[in-house]
Design a protein around this ligand. Structure first.
Ligand code: GRG
Length: 309
């Protein structure tokens, strides 16, 4: 599915630019990288993914009427962190998947050590992308802080750890410090706000920072990002139950078998779908202060509900 309808030609720049910019940055590193690592990075970073996070970053910048070039360093950094997380998530020690973006996962195509190193390499590369971008120091420092927060212990990595602990509650040391277990609804919400939501929210915030947003605009955009972040994960869980490997380009039907805490598992399919709709409605409401320039972000919110992959 396309992120935007064909009637939106201006959107094509926002869709195609992250790919070209990622290629540019990879080419710069390729000369100094061992060939096998450069091949693994190219294979993973330029694979046919949606590039939702850089697109959100550029659209947030566009919404505020700023020059998109300002946000390109931040946009690429988001995709680099996202790509590292997918490579590591697919490893045997984590989800042990053999298909990603319709192709063999990085460790299947190369080997485990190369996949680990490719993921490792993408993390500093992301921060170099921000630092080598067009932003001046205050926005530069803040962009690094927001990305570090979203990608790290308080965001994606912390959420991933708790997600894995849920799968292995009996095997791993996951006793609550006070012996009281949080209800599944609360644990589910907390895991996914961090594991998936933090990076999606950070995507719009990094666009807002690049556009020198006012605090009010930034708060509104962050609220939009929070809502679509949760909706995105709910739909991801629904696709795992309702879709196929052929349509999504990755394994499906694995969550329940692994004992993962998922939205359909906790709330059922119908309620989960309604929840995703409600979160998207909240995101759209957060965009009310913006004019037609937020149209791209509105389309993405709707796309998240309709996506098939
Ligand atoms: C390994 C630290 C670490 C974290 C992994 C991102 C992640 C955390 C796990 C991926 C597993 C997963 C299915 C997460 C749910 C939502 C999600 C992030 C899906 C993949 O993102 P898309 O659909 O992927 O934007 P593409 O391939 O289009 O970029």
């Amino acid at each position: 599915m396309r992120l935007f309808g064909s009637h939106a030609p201006c959107r094509n720049v926002i869709i195609s630019e992250p790919y070209s910019q990622l290629r540019l940055r990879l080419d710069r590193f390729a000369q100094e990288s061992p060939k096998r690592l450069a091949d693994a990075l190219e294979y993973s970073l330029l694979a046919p993914g949606k590039r939702l996070r850089p697109v959100l970053c550029l659209l947030a910048c566009e919404t505020l009427g700023a020059n998109l070039e300002q946000a390109l360093g931040n946009a690429c950094a988001l995709e680099m962190i996202h790509c590292y997380s997918l490579i590591h998530d697919d490893l045997p020690a984590m989800d042990d998947d053999d298909l990603r973006r319709g192709r063999p996962t990085c460790h299947r195509q190369f080997d485990e050590a190369t996949a680990i190193l490719a993921g490792d390499a993408l993390q500093p590369m992301a921060f170099e992308s921000i630092l080598g971008g067009r932003l001046e120091p205050p926005a530069l420092v803040e962009s690094c802080q927001v990305l570090a927060w979203a990608a790290g212990i308080r965001g994606m990595v912390g959420g991933q750890m708790d997600d894995l602990l849920e799968e292995n509650r009996s095997q791993m040391q996951c006793d609550e410090p006070n012996g009281i277990e949080e209800p599944p609804e609360k644990r589910l919400d907390s895991i996914h706000r961090r594991k998936t939501g933090a990076m999606i929210e950070a995507s719009v915030i990094l666009g807002a920072i690049a556009a020198n947003a006012t605090p009010e605009c930034r708060t509104a955009l962050a609220k939009y990002g929070r809502g679509i972040g949760i909706a995105f994960q709910i739909v991801d869980d629904l696709l795992d139950v309702e879709s196929t490997r052929e349509k999504t380009g990755k394994a499906t039907g694995k969550d329940a078998a692994r004992g993962k805490l998922t939205f359909p598992g906790v709330y059922g399919i119908t309620e989960s779908r309604q929840m995703a709709n409600r979160w998207v409605a909240e995101s759209l409401a957060a965009l009310e202060p913006f004019n037609h320039q937020a149209e791209g972000l509105r389309q993405i919110a709707k796309y998240i509900l309709e996506r098939h992959s």
